[in-house]
Design a protein around this ligand. Structure first.
Ligand SMILES: Cc1ncc(COP(=O)(O)O)c(C=O)c1O
Length: 427
């Protein structure tokens, strides 16, 4: 089973797009194939024990149409802000299916979550004390505490969150005693939450995080024998890396899940319900972006292809180019894939007004002309989800394929008039 959308399929879909009237209005388009998402959802449910709770991290792809798709297939969601909670409610999730994970929850937000029985993962002691003060005895929310197992950073510093310092959670090594004390003090604290990083952390590193946490829990069991009865869940976060490169074997979900279960058995914590919070795994390989090449500067070194998706769309890729890579293909103005030769070395430059607005650097690509299209692969997660309004460009339409193979809009493209309303504060 290929892990990426096939090049032939991409060319076919681009040809359909070029025949649709929308292509005259929008020089760029995002494709997101819910069929591919469904396949990933199945892979996760099949890999983990049947009683696991799988949440999809909204932050990776907050499209309402996608959230509804996920809900209909029995999944829950992880929400990292009040905005994400509202999106989840709008998509029809029941309150208990929305895990609230923000590291900076206000008291009002906590009251809302607890009053509505949403599970909450607490980030720090102060938040814990706040919950203790406002929580009613009738509260139905399952409450977990986020710990940092301090297993070190992965290959991408900005998305690694379990080094010895992290802004997230409570560091398990220095806070060993205090953490145990927190579980003793608050008998309603019934879960442990960890998340190691997003992309750049190997399966081994993710497993090391879980192993570390379970090891500490087992130690605490010695002095606090009630702990196994108190604890109900282990939330292992997300973070399984995906492949952004053709011809690379991606990490395997089944392999990961099997080893997670083995760790629970090794430490004798099998009774804990596993909760997952994957985002990237479901979304990244389920989408690709296309942009018209508006101009080509053959006289720069490397040559510069000017496209319509820049740092507003590819925030991480532009700000940390050394950490993020996407495969690129080139199609002609009829959507036909160009042959690898003749070729040239290109920068793909976006439309924003700063020098760092370069999505792909120094890449050998088929020779490009204005009106060609570039395809940027594996963009279904953490791209439009991070859309920035700098320079007031419009977010492109997001398109799926229906059961008849026709294009269907998941979200229409933004209009300039809507951008004006945004800056006017009228919505
Ligand atoms: C707490 C938490 N859970 C889950 C995720 C999703 O991670 P990923 O998309 O890599 O699976 C993130 C992403 O940063 C996160 O911060």
């Amino acid at each position: 089973m290929p892990h990426q959308i096939a090049e032939e399929k991409i060319a076919q879909l681009t040809q359909k797009w070029l025949r649709s009237p929308l292509s005259a209005e929008h020089p760029a388009c995002q494709f997101y194939l819910t069929e591919s998402l469904t396949e990933r959802l199945h892979q996760v449910t099949n890999a983990f024990p049947a009683n696991s709770l799988h949440t999809v991290a909204i932050k990776a792809n907050p499209l309402l149409a996608v959230l509804r798709h996920v809900r209909k297939r029995g999944f829950a969601v992880e929400a990292a802000s009040m905005g994400e909670i509202q999106l989840a409610l709008e998509a029809g999730f029941a309150e208990e299916q929305i895990i609230f994970d923000s590291p900076v929850k206000t008291e009002a937000e906590l009251r809302f979550a607890l009053h509505n029985g949403m599970p909450v993962n607490v980030d720090n002691y102060h938040e814990l004390a706040r919950i203790a003060a406002i929580r009613k005895n009738t509260c139905q929310s399952a409450i977990g505490l986020r710990v940092n197992p301090q297993v070190g950073a992965g290959s991408i510093p900005t998305t690694s969150v379990a080094a010895s310092y992290s802004k997230f959670g409570i560091p398990i090594k220095e806070q060993n005693e205090h953490l145990l004390q927190a579980f003793r003090q608050y008998p309603w604290l019934c879960g442990v939450h960890l998340h190691i990083g997003s992309q750049g952390c190997s399966i081994n590193q993710l497993l090391q995080g879980i192993d570390t946490v379970l090891h500490f829990l087992s130690q605490w069991r010695g002095t606090f024998p009630e702990l196994p009865n108190q604890l109900r869940f282990l939330d292992i976060g997300g973070g399984l890396p995906v492949s952004y490169q053709f011809n690379e074997t991606p990490p395997n979900m089944q392999e990961y899940a099997t080893q997670v279960v083995q760790l629970l058995e090794k430490h004798q914590w099998q009774h804990l319900q596993l909760i997952t919070e994957f985002g990237r795994y479901y979304h990244v390989n389920s989408g690709f972006s296309i942009s018209k090449v508006e101009y080509v500067k053959a006289y720069t070194q490397p040559q510069t292809a000017m496209i319509h998706l820049g740092a507003d769309y590819f925030v991480r890729e532009c700000l940390n180019p050394e950490s993020w890579y996407h495969e690129v293909s080139v199609l002609d103005n009829q959507g036909v894939r160009k042959l690898p030769t003749p070729s040239a070395t290109y920068n793909l430059a976006g439309p924003l007004c700063f020098a760092g607005d370069i999505v792909v650097r120094n890449r050998e690509l088929p020779k490009m002309h204005p009106e060609d299209y570039v395809v940027i692969h594996d963009t279904g997660g953490y791209t439009f989800a991070m859309y920035s309004r700098y320079i007031s460009r419009q977010m492109p339409p997001i398109v799926d394929v229906d059961s008849n193979g026709e294009l269907s809009l998941l979200r229409p493209g933004e209009t300039a008039a809507q951008t004006v309303l945004f800056w006017e504060g009228k919505w």
